[in-house]
Ligand binder design. Structure first.
Ligand SMILES: CC(C)(COP(=O)(O)OP(=O)(O)OC[C@H]1O[C@@H](n2cnc3c(N)ncnc32)[C@H](O)[C@@H]1OP(=O)(O)O)[C@@H](O)C(=O)NCCC(=O)NCCS
Length: 407
């Protein structure tokens, strides 16, 4: 590589001319270790698909000035989320016992890639810095990203070079979609909530959970959101027909209840596991065929993951009471059946490492990620609507709200 080639220009992604070259870099970045399984992502021809549902987003590319070859890219988005809670001073309008959320403007970095032929030249660092400039210009207080714990290059780049610190380690739980339907416990009643009912329930009960997006209404009303479901013990006074609305429900809730919402990632991107041996693929296929033929056996068949497959993401998982985890389990069975109807191979969710309702979520350890590392950096001060100090230094809450737009 000549010295001249190393002059890098960072500019905004242009969908009219950059799609093919960006896809080429993505492809080159995804060459997994030979002989090992690796996960490929197909962005279905839309490089900004994973940020375009956020209130503000930007994609930058790094280009060699001499040849105009694209050798790297980064995506970022900005939104307002909860970073803490405070108690109301105005006891006339608010219950003084009920905490209120403290919001802050955060930016999320994702999809950073540098072509393997141009690594360790400072391109990744340059892309991150330029993205952070845009975040700061837009009044963002924090910037964060998720990475695999063992991605040394990425962890070093962010923590050693860019001033990020390790912040949270939520778990990604992935469960296969079987060829048979899962039974939903007959001791549970499921109620489908309208987006506005789901919004008021989430705002009243979960708006103080960290990372709760203030624009939850635009998440719930997005066409990728397939619905919000509430589970209550059968026999309590709430059913789909007698549903009085979230406000009345929350003023007299049953002893236990749980809620979750489903997001259709299948129409955003597809995944594919590559590098599996023929034996493994045949074995998986056999389990599926048997499961399809004999669904009453409820065989835990291995889903189709060796060809591009889609997934549903479960978000907004929460609940209260001693049986909430059991109710979550029924909601997950329902979500499994929705994913089966939707032609997905897996269902995924992401919860705080200490989330008490985690026990209700079925998942296969081999498909899941115990510790998804979230790193954070404070970019500015005094933006949030109330002082909670430095969020980056705060201990984790029991729960975390993982935005489906960023999964
Ligand atoms: C992570 C990635 C973007 C880094 O891009 P890059 O242009 O090579 O990074 P830079 O040259 O700017 O490196 C900056 C610093 O990051 C760290 N770093 C980068 N690559 C590293 C590696 N392979 N091992 C250890 N540290 C590494 C170093 O601290 C480096 O500084 P140094 O070269 O002075 O030691 C690139 O390796 C990549 O595309 N990886 C695959 C995709 C990926 O993992 N993306 C991150 C997801 S969040």
């Amino acid at each position: 590589m000549g010295g001249d080639e190393c002059v890098i220009v960072v500019r905004e992604f242009d969908p009219r001319k950059d799609i093919a070259s960006v896809e080429e870099v993505e492809k080159r970045c995804e060459v997994g270790p030979s002989g090992k399984l690796s996960l490929f992502t197909d962005l279905l021809g839309d490089p900004i698909c994973r940020v375009r549902h956020s209130p503000a987003f930007l994609m930058l590319v790094a280009e060699l000035s001499s040849t105009k070859e694209i050798v790297g890219m980064i995506r970022g988005c900005i939104k307002t989320v909860t970073c803490g809670k405070k108690h109301s001073r105005n006891s006339k309008t608010n219950d003084p016992m009920e905490p209120l959320p403290v919001y802050t403007k955060v930016a999320y970095i994702l999809g950073l890639r540098v072509s393997p032929s141009h690594r360790r030249l400072g391109i990744g660092l340059k892309l991150v810095r330029r993205m952070e400039d845009w975040f700061v210009q837009n009044g963002t207080e924090y910037s964060y990203l998720a990475t695999e714990n063992d991605n040394q290059a990425s962890v070093n780049l962010f923590t050693h070079k860019c001033g990020y610190s390790k912040f949270r380690t939520p778990s990604i739980l992935v469960n296969p979609v079987f060829a048979h339907r899962l039974p939903v416990s007959n001791r549970v009643t499921l109620i489908k909530l309208s987006p506005s009912d789901a919004e008021s329930l989430y705002r009243r009960r979960f708006s103080t959970t960290e990372f709760f997006p203030r624009d939850i209404d635009s998440v719930l009303n997005n066409s990728l959101s397939l619905g919000s479901f509430l589970a209550v013990p059968r026999g309590c006074c709430y059913t789909q027909r007698s549903w009085p609305g979230s406000d009345k429900f929350l003023s007299a809730p049953p002893e236990s209840w749980a809620v979750l919402s489903v997001w259709n990632c299948k129409d955003v991107f597809k995944l594919e596991v590559r590098g599996a041996s023929r034996v493994r693929k045949t074995l998986a296929k056999t389990t599926r065929i048997v499961d399809k033929l004999l669904p009453f056996l409820r065989l835990p068949s291995i889903p189709e993951v060796f060809r591009p497959f889609g997934l549903h993401f479960l978000y907004g998982l929460g609940g209260e009471g001693p049986f909430a985890a059991r109710l979550v389990n029924a909601l997950c069975a329902h979500a499994h059946n929705l994913a089966k109807e939707g032609g997905c191979s897996v269902v995924a969710t992401e919860v705080a490492s200490g989330e008490p309702l985690k026990v209700g979520v079925p998942y296969w350890k081999r498909l899941s990620c115990d510790e998804d590392l979230w790193c954070i950096k404070r970019l500015g001060e005094d933006y949030s609507d109330g002082s909670v100090g430095d969020w980056t230094k705060s201990p984790p809450g029991v729960s975390i709200f993982v935005d489906p737009r960023e999964f």
